[in-house]
Ligand binder design. Structure first.
Ligand SMILES: Cc1ncc(COP(=O)(O)O)c(C=O)c1O
Length: 413
């Protein structure tokens, strides 16, 4: 039985109560981590603890509980600041998730900075969350959008990228890791080229921050977005990292309580950073849970998390290579991809395949993965996708392979 060289998976698994669930009488093999991840006991406990002992509205009261809630919220922000090595507390804005983070940039930065005729550069491997906000912005402002294509193995067409950088774009928005192909893009190189071309950069890190060490200062991005629920944290919380200088210049996103310093009948003055971008009562429970998730990942070590996923991906790719009728999308080498593998098996519809796998306790995703333009480019209506995380083992890959064999038998492949 093969074991991870990087993580003690058996010990990790014990931290996740849900992994004891039986599904249709079988051991749960959870391979839908790109959609959302399971929660360790420390995250669940942090939320229970917050509500059991410290809950109040932060920033608003002078009473003890309000002070404790404020401290819990601030300390969670500090944890997230060091998790991605932001240079200042003010650079971490809490949002509902990656989608809201990108929309915040669209409204609070894009609406005021993008003009008619400006060029917005995206890639063909973006999630809808990193396409639709920019399409709406382009429609409103009269900007135009160009997409960097992909090579047959699912890498970015760097020749096209360079040509587009030569057209002095105003904005480059791209994913650091594709949620369909698994491709890891060289975010530091892309940001450096964009900066030289005078473009502002938005990095969709929804599939990277949870899975590999990310250092925003080394990367040199202007904005970076990610979600808590994809990194062992709760749903409904996420982060927008932004360079302080940009946040200072930007207009507010939503408005109301907490994002103001003073309000008069004649107008208002905005609060300090980052609160200027956090209108209304915030998701303190989410921030606390997210910080607990980041601490849990730190205790494993993000280098080891990355190596573990690379090991599992290499193992799965190797096993899949010998399955007749399988087509695997994305780069061949596990070193160039995150722990996400999309594939099709003969002409079995991915939803049918997902149902058969579910009968075996194997939870995977089927469909377009919120990346319809990429699917259209690949000429596909859907794929089946498996995605790994810290609690997945080589046994899980074996269970997946067993379930795929069963599907092949059922469909006489
Ligand atoms: C690459 C990528 N970007 C953005 C998102 C959106 O994340 P959320 O739904 O948590 O806002 C996802 C979610 O699947 C994703 O995979």
């Amino acid at each position: 039985m093969l074991k991870s060289q990087s993580l003690e998976v058996e010990r990790v698994r014990k931290d996740f109560p849900i992994l004891r669930r039986r599904i249709h009488g079988k051991r749960l093999v959870y391979l839908d981590n790109a959609a959302t991840t399971q929660k360790p006991r420390s995250v669940i406990r942090s939320i229970v603890d917050y509500y059991s002992k410290h809950n109040a509205n932060p920033h608003r009261g002078v009473h003890q509980l309000s002070i404790e809630a404020t401290e819990a919220f601030d300390s969670s922000r500090k944890t997230m600041m060091s998790f991605i090595n932001a240079s200042a507390f003010e650079e971490i804005v809490f949002t509902r998730g990656a989608t809201e983070s990108i929309n915040l940039v669209r409204f609070a930065w894009g609406n005021h900075r993008i003009k008619k005729g400006d060029l917005i550069v995206l890639t063909m491997m973006e999630h809808h969350s990193n396409i639709v906000p920019w399409q709406l912005l382009a429609k409103e402002t009269g900007a135009r959008i160009e997409y960097v294509g992909i090579t047959p193995d699912g890498s970015l067409r760097y020749d096209q990228f360079e040509a587009l950088m030569g057209q002095a774009p105003a904005l480059l928005a791209f994913t650091q890791c594709s949620n369909v192909l698994g491709t890891i893009n060289d975010a530091a190189a892309l940001c450096a080229a964009a900066r030289q071309a005078g473009a502002t950069t938005v990095v969709d890190a929804a599939q990277s921050v949870p899975h590999m060490p990310v250092d925003v200062q080394k990367m040199g991005c202007d904005f970076l977005a990610f979600s808590g629920h994809k990194m062992l944290g709760p749903m409904g919380i996420g982060v927008l990292y932004a360079r302080r200088a940009l946040l200072q210049e930007m207009e507010p996103f939503q408005s109301g309580g907490d994002m103001i310093k003073e309000v008069h009948l004649s107008g208002a003055r905005w609060n300090d950073l980052p609160y200027k971008f956090e209108a209304g009562t915030q998701n303190v429970e989410g921030a606390v849970g997210l910080a607990a998730a980041a601490e849990y990942l730190n205790s494993l070590g993000m280098d080891r998390v990355r190596r573990h996923e690379e090991e599992l991906t290499a193992y799965a790719l190797e096993q899949m290579a010998s399955v007749p009728g399988i087509t695997v999308y994305g780069p061949r080498e596990s070193s160039r991809r995150g722990g996400v593998i999309s594939f099709n098996l003969g002409d079995i519809h991915p939803h049918d395949l997902a149902s058969i796998l579910d009968e075996e306790g194997v939870a995977i995703r089927s469909g377009q993965h919120c990346a319809q333009p990429l699917m259209e480019l690949l000429g596909l209506s859907a794929t089946t996708r498996v995605s790994f995380y810290v609690y997945n083992s080589h046994d899980d890959v074996d269970a997946l392979m067993g379930a795929l064999s069963k599907a092949r038998r059922i469909f006489c492949l």
